[in-house]
Design a protein around this ligand. Sequence first.
Ligand code: SF4
Ligand code: SF4
Length: 56
Amino acid sequence: MAYKISDDCISCGACAEGCPVGAISEGDGKYVIDEGACIDCGACEGTCPVGAPSAQ
Ligand code: SF4
Ligand code: SF4
């Protein structure tokens, strides 16, 4: 399992700064999570202002 970022992302970058393993980077039109690096901590879900990250 890993977290994923939906199209609701407004590319604010807050989640990338808070990710403890650096799994989040800027993608094409939204931020993306490296599923292999994500440790399912849930921090991104708590930081995002629009609720874009969720457990998949
Ligand atoms: Fe990073 Fe945690 Fe979000 Fe995974 S759940 S992308 S480890 S902040
Ligand atoms: Fe996108 Fe939310 Fe991350 Fe900001 S915190 S870059 S809106 S997923």
